[in-house]
Design a binder for this molecule. Structure first.
Ligand code: NAD
Ligand code: ZN
Length: 344
C-alpha cells in the first residue's frame, strides 16, 4: 500500500510503498478515509537529527479517520464497515490519568514507548492504518470523515485548552486567540459556542484575519505590539481575560504577557520556543499560565458532538495521497485556509 513517509532528516516527506498491516489481538485495521496535516508534523520534520525522536521512516498523520476493515481477536466494540475517528494521544489505558480518559497525560507512556500514530507509530497518511486498541476509536456516525477528521487534534486540542478557562470567560470578558490557522480557527468557534466572551483574533496574515472573522471572531488585528492597545480599547483599558496562543513563539508569548490584567490566564498551545516568565514583578497578580497537550478521550466525544450540533466546523482543503507532499509545501508557505486533509 502507499504511505506518506518522512524518510530522511531535513528532506520533504515522500510517497512510499509499504506493507499493508494485519491486526493482531485487540487491534483494528482501518481503511483510511481522511488524514489531517498538522503544523506539529512540520515542526518535527524541522528538528535536527539529535533532537528527532520519532523514528524513521515515519508514516505521517496523527489526525485520522477510517472505515473498519478488519478486526483482531478480542475486538468487540467496533464492526467491519463502521466509520470511526482515531483518538491520537495513545496511553497505557489503565494508569490513573488513562482511567480518567486523559491518555494524553498517561503516566507511563514515555517509559513504555507508547507513542501516537503519526508521531512514532505509523500514522493515517496511508491507504490503511493499524489502531492499537478499540478504545482509541470514536464513532463518526453521520459526520463526514473528510470535513471532521481534523477535529481529532485541531478541534480536540483547542477544546481541551479552552474548557478549564470557561469559568473566567464571563460576560464582558475578552478571549484573545493568537494564530488563526488549523487549531486557531476551530478555537474561535469553540469560544463563540461555549462562552459569552468577546473573541479577538491576532495573526500576521491578512487572509487568516479574514478567516477568523468568517468563523466568528468579533475583532481581528495584526499580531504585533499595536494589538495591545487595540485589545485594551475594547474594555476601557483593562485587557485580555484569557489569551490562547496557538503559535507559541517568543514574539507571541511576549505579546500575550503584555495584554493581560490582574487574574488573567495565558494558555500556550503552539509548539514554539516562547516562554512567559512568572513572578511577582513579571505578570499582573494572580495571572495563571498553562501549556496543555492534546485532549482526553471523553473530550473528543464532546468535540464531535459540537460539530454534530452545527456549532463548529473545519475549513478544509483536500489533497490526494499522491499530492500530500504539496499540502506540507502549502503549510510551509502559509497559504492553507484552515486544515489540509489528505484523502487516500
Ligand atoms: P497552522 O500552520 O495551521 O496555523 C498557524 C497560524 O499562526 C497561521 O494562521 C499563521 O499565519 C499564524 N502565525 C504564524 N506566526 C505568527 C505570529 N508570529 N503571530 C501571530 N500569528 C502567527 O498551525 P496549526 O496546525 O494550527 O498548529 C498551531 C500550533 O499548535 C503549532 O505550533 C503546532 O505544533 C501546535 N500544536 C500543539 C498541540 C498541543 O497539544 N499543544 C497540538 C497540535 C498542534
Ligand atoms: Zn497536531
Amino acid at each position: 500500500m502507499k504511505a506518506l513517509q518522512y524518510v530522511e532528516i531535513g528532506q520533504p516527506p515522500r510517497i512510499m510503498e509499504v506493507e499493508k498491516p494485519t491486526p493482531g489481538p485487540g487491534e483494528v485495521l482501518l481503511k483510511v478515509t481522511a488524514a489531517g496535516a498538522c503544523h506539529s508534523d512540520e515542526f518535527i520534520m524541522s528538528l535536527p537529527e539529535d533532537q528527532y525522536v520519532y523514528g524513521l521512516p515515519l508514516t505521517l498523520g496523527h489526525e485520522g479517520a477510517g472505515i473498519v476493515d478488519e478486526v483482531g481477536p478480542g475486538v468487540t466494540s467496533v464492526q467491519v464497515g463502521d466509520s470511526v475517528a482515531v483518538y491520537g494521544p495513545w496511553g497505557c489505558g489503565v494508569c490513573p490519568a488513562c482511567a480518567r480518559g486523559e491518555e494524553n497525560y498517561c503516566h507511563v507512556a514515555a517509559e513504555r514507548g507508547i507513542v501516537p500514530p503519526g508521531l512514532g507509530a505509523p500514522g493515517a497518511m496511508a491507504e490503511y492504518m493499524l489502531v492499537d486498541n478499540q478504545r482509541h476509536l470514536v464513532p463518526l456516525g453521520d459526520l463526514d470523515p473528510v470535513e471532521n477528521v481534523a477535529l481529532t487534534d485541531a478541534g480536540l486540542t483547542p477544546y481541551h485548552a479552552i474548557k478549564p478557562s470557561l469559568p473566567a470567560l464571563i460576560p464582558g470578558s475578552i478571549a484573545v486567540v493568537i494564530g488563526a490557522g488549523g487549531l486557531g480557527h476551530v478555537g474561535i468557534q469553540i469560544l463563540r459556542a461555549l462562552s459569552p466572551a468577546t473573541v479577538v483574533a491576532l495573526d500576521v496574515a491578512d487572509d487568516k484575519l479574514e478567516l477568523a472573522k468568517d468563523v466568528g471572531a468579533q475583532h481581528a488585528f495584526t499580531s504585533d505590539e499595536s494589538a495591545i492597545e487595540k485589545v485594551r480599547a475594547l474594555n476601557g483599558g483593562r485587557g485580555a481575560t484569557v489569551v490562547f496562543d496557538f503559535v507559541g513563539v517568543e514574539p507571541t508569548t511576549a505579546l500575550a504577557a503584555k495584554m493581560t490584567h490582574i487574574d488573567s490566564e495565558i494558555v500556550i498551545v503552539g509548539v514554539g520556543a516562547g516562554t512567559v516568565p512568572v513572578g511577582f514583578f513579571s505578570l499582573p497578580w494572580e495571572t495563571q499560565v498553562r501549556a496543555p497537550y492534546w485532549g482526553s478521550r471523553s473530550e473528543l466525544f464532546e468535540v464531535l458532538d459540537l460539530a454534530r450540533s452545527g456549532h463548529i466546523h473545519v475549513e478544509t482543503e483536500r489533497f490526494s495521497l499522491d499530492d500530500a507532499p504539496t499540502a506540507y509545501e502549502r503549510m510551509h508557505a502559509g497559504t492553507l485556509r484552515g486544515r489540509a486533509v489528505i484523502v487516500p
